[in-house]
Design a protein around this ligand. Sequence first.
Ligand code: ZN
Length: 296
Amino acid sequence: MAALVLMSSHAGAQETATPVVSIASLEAVTVEAPMVSARALESVASVCKRISDKLASVAYQECVELQLQYSGHRSVEDIPLLIKEYPPLGRRQPQARILLVGGTHGDELAAISIVFKWMQTLEKHHSGLFHWRINPLMNPDGALRNKHSRTNANGVDLNRNFATPDSGVDAALEYWRVKTKQRARRYPGPFPLSEPETTWLFQEIRDFKPDVIIAVHAPYSLVDYDAPDRRNAPRKLGHLYKNLMGTYPGSLGNYAGVHLGVPVVTLELPHAGIMPTNSQINRLWTDLVRWLVRNT
Ligand SMILES: [Zn+2]
């Protein structure tokens, strides 16, 4: 049975809580960020509190026990952007580095919750096969405000705020003016990487050097793929089927997949506010890992 993502009943949060994996030390996850405003010092635990208050599918304790780390970057409204790393284990050389990002659009709550579910899977089963870096919530300002929004606190669509080096610096703005009739939901920002959230992702790609980027969205119910060679696109992941969309100026797929040549797998869940079933969540994950094994 599908579970609503919207909430805010803690009873709902309890239903999907998963077993404790490790004891979290709140001291260990306290954000250390001198010379910034008081809000920037918001601890990882308090971000978890806000996430669990918003998302029925993410329990507070479950979030805290993941021991997410402060990335060193904050949103426009000074909420820490959080990272979980599943590093190489022992002497096993990981097959590839995978960057997984949820919640680029703040109103796609299922795209945040499902990344938390997959982190729970990795907590139990990370074997060192891949080196993962995961940000479950790239746009906390949009997601965590009372009336959640697609855009960040500056009203910018973060998936249109990347550079389009081959098309000129104003390609995204021009596209927005001409093709989208200046829809506020798709405003690309005044210039590429004008936003701290996209600056984080830009630096993450530069420094981590992922072999594949996975971005989770909703609600178009499909798998998209941006890469120099799109023939490797996943035909089907779980209940989602391949449906290759165009690439938009300023999008992550355009920037990383086309310009940098780092394949971007975009999962569009069927509903922004309703979680897939547990079996669908698990099937999406196993199909995704299977595709990564064959294509990295
Ligand atoms: Zn989206």
